[in-house]
Ligand binder design. Structure first.
Ligand SMILES: [Zn+2]
Length: 250
């Protein structure tokens, strides 16, 4: 187990007094490596909370640059970052939050050729992407690598999340959505709009699920889809099962 420094004892004091975390748990967080796909609306709260929590290595992936229209929800970026690469802007903010952890930044999109390399050695992957093609690819890559995956999605006043835990009998993202839905039914934030703080709700829940997975605490959101509706201020849960004919995990 990694020994905590005196500064780390101070910084993580509110984790350390939780019996369920303690020094051993904080050491696990500091030794963990997490891939965060996307430095946008979901990636912002995901990466900020994971950095603050002391997740030792964050692998950040995004090929985009910061646009003024992003700032309404992508709170890891500031006004003076408009025009910069999102991964650079995010890494700068995150290193100010916590200079004691490591960042790997990749200004590129996930593809079939780079996925395995990016996931190598990761304890958890978190999906903050905004399209089904990337979600399917990350799902398949995580299954192949045996890395748990926390998926989130947003639209307008709603959000959803679920956790894919690779293993015997457990369902994957393609068991939940076997086919790409009609794009007109699942428009991206740029087209449909999004109440910015809804991204904060879902991204923060993704960060919580990620920390639970690293710490081995509680029940992961596996086989369950959590649906958040901001307008009715309600959460619902839908259970889903493995499909025997699933092309990804069947
Ligand atoms: Zn499946």
């Amino acid at each position: 187990m990694r020994e905590l420094s005196e500064t780390e004892f101070h910084r993580y004091a509110r984790h350390l007094i939780l019996d369920e975390v303690g020094e051993a748990g904080q050491a696990k967080l500091l030794e963990a490596r997490v891939l965060v796909l996307g430095a946008g609306g979901l990636g912002a709260p995901i990466s900020m909370y994971l950095a603050a929590a002391g997740v030792g290595t964050l692998v950040l992936l995004d090929d985009d640059t910061v646009d003024l229209t992003n700032l309404q929800r992508q709170i890891v970026h500031a006004t003076d970052s408009v025009g910069r690469a999102k991964v650079d802007s995010a890494a700068e903010t995150l290193s100010r939050i916590n200079p004691g952890i490591h960042f790997e930044t990749h200004r590129l999109r996930l593809n079939a050729d780079n996925a395995a390399g990016l996931l190598a050695g990761c304890d958890v992957a978190v999906d903050g992407s905004d399209n089904f093609a990337t979600r399917y690819l990350l799902n398949d890559s995580c299954l192949a690598a045996g890395v748990p995956l926390v998926v989130g999605a947003l639209s307008r006043f709603e959000g959803q999340l679920t956790t894919i835990v690779p293993g015997e009998g457990r369902p994957c993202y393609r068991c939940l959505f076997p086919e790409t839905p009609d794009p007109s039914l699942t428009p991206r934030c740029e087209e449909a709009g999004i109440l910015g703080a809804v991204a904060g709700v879902i991204g923060t829940l993704q960060a919580v699920e990620t920390l639970k997975l690293i710490l081995g605490l509680g029940e992961p959101l596996a086989g369950r889809l959590m649906l958040y509706d901001a307008l009715s201020a309600s959460m619902q849960e839908v259970r889903y099962r493995r499909r025997p004919d699933c092309p990804s995990c069947g």
